[in-house]
Design a protein around this ligand. Sequence first.
Ligand code: ZN
Length: 434
Amino acid sequence: MALDSVDIPVATIDRLFARIEARRDDLVALARDLIRLPTVNPPGEAYRPCAELIGERLRGRGFAIEYLRGAGAPGDSDRHPRTNVVARIEGRGPGRCVHFNGHIDVVEPGQGWTVDPFAGIVRDGRLYGRGACDMKGGIAASILAVEAILDESIAFPGAIEISGTVDEESGGLAGVAWLAGRGYFSRPRVDHVIIPEPLNVDCVCLGHRGVWWAEIEMKGRIGHGSMPFLGVSAVRGMAAFLAYVECELYPALDKRRTRMPVIPEGARASTLNYNSIHGGLAEGWAGVPSPLVADSCRLVIDRRFLVEEKLDDVKQEIVELLERVKRERPGIDYDLREIMTFHPTMTEPDAPVVRALGAEIARVLGRPATHVASPGTYDQKHIARIGHLHDCVAYGPGILELAHQPDEFVVIDDMIASAKVMAATALRLLGGWD
Ligand SMILES: [Zn+2]
């Protein structure tokens, strides 16, 4: 039977949704308890207690629990162990596996809060705190969704997994990438993955753009500031490079458009950000500057590229401009150091998990789902590229624009609605209704 025609009995759905609504306080309490563990990354605080909060709760519901430390991955240490949790419960027989994956780390609170960022305060139907939106509210909703299926003793085939993983905010190398390298995000273990990142309750996020971070060092020759013609200024060399980028590369990038439904609209183009620039005297110098020609100037660039672009081309267009500066300016040379690369990834709109979420969003919210893609990357890249699993999307409660902001919150009604969508989607994907 084709997946789209698998309809869950309405009476089952009604019971499931009533159960989720009845457990509203429990859902808020779970999200609040997660927020109260300050899993700030970097450096990666309180990962183990947070993984245990999820793992021991689910163990009590019959899940098999594994705690997996991303040993050997960047950031892992005895002081800050990278502890992931993977929970799995088997259904009534063989079948597919639906996996809910959430990152437990949060970014630092920063300035500007009017409430305690780690208290989990509830006010006017919202739960406030660092990670409320990105993405502890989503983790809590996915746990409640699965618990409601168990509460109602719905005999699903296959298996359901829930994982809490580390370091998404810093690239996920000790988290999803580490697990994917060990088969945790591949067939036959897992068939469908939903990542409850905050992309808005009625949106299915198909994937994300790629990122290439690099540092460019322009190198010149030191000289006396009163006779700059006796040196070679690395800052002037960098200025020449930046002029080419401004006049040629930026206009070219603006013209490239992706077929991916990236939000906000401006991120459908290729983009480049100057992350930092520095040349000459050491940063933070005080007093009188020494009169020197700068022999070094460093620039960090953050290049976001499209699924239609090749990484080699992305690099080559930077190298060509650097080579031109080198040719035109005797005494100038450069180094290019690659810092980090993540490729773009996109799940097709007709993939099973996208269709199932779309059907259940329409049922729960009474409006069609919107397909979006993320301007920045998240853990989907590892599932696609390392796990070779392409039936994976992000879907969860939370307003994207609130992520990483002061006074971050999640709307409790959205957590309830997304829990319903996730529960019904899991049952739809697991099948067994014919
Ligand atoms: Zn996130």
